[in-house]
Design a protein around this ligand. Structure first.
Ligand code: BYC
Ligand code: FE
Ligand code: FE
Length: 459
């Protein structure tokens, strides 16, 4: 980019900044905007600069735009352009499709902030309140990162798309967010922990695939976003882990599976929340069989998870991949074109990663001597996208009729009463080192601070 282009870009981004601040004020975290929050701010991409901790008021958080360092030798690792130098500018023939990928990615970031808007009011501790705001400011930064790419590389239509990112609203019927899960509600902290465990993890897998993009500025941006994503998933995994700790404690104290009389979240209730959040999150990977996915790959725009590290080199049109498939009354498998089943392959990688977290929760349950196992539901359960959207299946993956589904759905997904109960637990706790009835303390604090540190200064 030349200097004059640079100045034009700078002016465009400066003109855009008030829009994002207005959006943040209108629909970002409710309350606490003038409070000091102990936040991590990235000041550069190197090991020293990316984790600077201090008290910051959220509107003053630095939404810097960071691209991982450029490797001038980088070549495209797969597809029709394999071996060519990575693109520093958008290839004309892929402009529309690349813009759409960036817009879809960018749309999820403000959506999640909107979904989490009201959670501050009912945080189970100051530690959790701080983690919520850390996630929120970083999703705001991810929005900036995508807007930067749109402004810097897509001219006028990029600027219009950037405005669209602030015009759509999570859950609004006439201007919804693009992807399904981002129009669901995150009305309570159990949902928030499930969201950061399951839905932010889709972020990890999609960002990792885009980090393999032949369009180098996108690849470098996503590479850096992944470092932040790790913390979001940590919030989810440890959040649910702490709910389990507390539940096990109540179970032992009162010798019962059903801990709601003592303000706890029973393991079967937790399982229902898992079923819901897993199923809406696996939808985010798209259809099992997708021409879009094949095109993204052959065009060199989106790779597999860890594409560059894959043994056996890149995929060709002759490669095949085994996917779950409907076969009459049952679910079998089918051998399909590897390029067309890239969504399903990424979903497989994702499911395996989710399972690791679930295994860790189950270890804690076993260690407490409790005979209960949390299970990821079958991928055919409660789907809205892909082949399984046309059928009904139990969490075990047995196909059932629409009538049976209606009769038994309440066994598997949170009911209104379940949600009302969880809502009734959402009482804010704001004394450092104290926690709500339904969640245990964290094992350790943030940045080596004690767990009872004043993570948000409320006065
Ligand atoms: N909801 O060919 P198909 C994150 C549409 S999360 C609604 O199967 P494709 C984060 C699809 O758009 C990561 N619509 O899909 C997490 C297509 O529409 P058209 C977000 C859906 O294109 C937490 C049609 O159905 N990043 O960062 O192969 C907090 C046919 O679809 C859905 C990305 O997603 C759905 N669930 O794959 C904050 C990466 N699924 O063409 C942030 C960029 C599919 O008929 N996006 N459709 O109008 C992509 O790579 C792809 O767009 C998708 C879909 C993987 C999402
Ligand atoms: Fe994000
Ligand atoms: Fe995230």
């Amino acid at each position: 980019m030349g200097l004059s282009d640079d100045r034009r870009l700078q002016r465009a981004l400066e003109a855009w900044q008030p829009n994002v601040l207005n959006w943040w004020g209108d629909i970002g975290p409710y309350g606490f905007q003038q409070k000091d929050v102990y936040l991590r701010t990235a000041t550069s991409v190197d090991a020293k600069g990316w984790a600077h901790f201090d008290y910051v008021k959220m509107p003053d958080y630095r939404w810097g735009i960071f691209l991982a360092d450029r490797n001038p030798e980088r070549t495209i690792a797969y597809g029709d352009h394999k071996g060519e130098a990575a693109w520093q500018e958008v290839p004309g023939e892929y402009r529309g499709i690349l813009r759409r990928l960036i817009v879809t990615q960018g749309d999820t970031e403000p959506a999640s902030v909107e979904q989490q808007r009201l959670l501050g009011a009912t945080a189970p501790s100051l530690y959790d309140l701080r983690n919520l705001f850390q996630v929120n400011v970083e999703e705001g930064r991810h929005l900036w990162a995508m807007v930067y790419l749109l402004h810097a590389h897509f001219g006028r239509d990029g600027r219009e798309e950037a405005e669209g990112l602030l015009e759509r609203r999570s859950g609004e019927p006439d201007k919804p967010r693009i992807l399904g899960a981002f129009n669901e509600k995150t009305p309570d902290w159990l949902s928030f922990f499930m969201f950061t465990f399951f839905t932010d993890r889709d972020g990890k897998y999609q960002l990792a695939s885009l980090a393999e993009s032949g369009f180098d500025p996108l690849a470098r941006t996503c590479r850096f976003m992944l470092t932040e994503e790790a913390h979001h998933m940590f919030v989810g995994e440890t959040g649910i882990g702490r709910v389990i700790d507390r539940t096990l404690e109540l179970m032992q104290e009162h010798d019962t599976m059903y801990v709601s009389a003592w303000g706890g979240i029973s393991l079967p209730l937790l399982q229902k929340y898992m079923n819901f959040h897993f199923s809406v999150s696996v939808d985010l990977f798209g259809s099992e069989n997708s021409t879009n996915a094949a095109n993204y790959y052959t065009m060199g725009l989106k790779g597999r998870f860890d594409e560059t590290g894959q043994e056996g080199g890149s995929l060709t049109a002759d490669d095949t991949y085994t996917v779950a498939a409907l076969a009459g009354e049952t679910i079998g498998t089918s051998e399909e074109s590897a390029l067309h089943t890239l969504n399903e392959r990424l979903r497989d990688d994702y499911v395996a990663d989710c399972q690791k977290g679930v295994d860790r929760w189950n270890r804690a349950i076993r260690k407490a001597g409790v005979d209960f196992e949390l299970k990821l539901p079958h991928r055919a359960f409660h789907r809205d996208i892909g082949q399984f959207a046309t059928v009904h299946a139990t969490p075990e993956g047995k196909l059932i009729s629409a009538d049976e589904w209606r009769a038994r759905e309440h066994e598997w997904l949170p009911t209104e009463e379940d949600e009302a109960y969880v809502r009734s637990l959402m009482i804010a706790v704001r004394e450092p080192g104290k926690y709500a009835s339904w969640i245990g303390p964290p094992r350790r604090g943030i940045n080596n601070k004690p767990v009872d540190f004043e993570y948000v200064r409320l006065n």
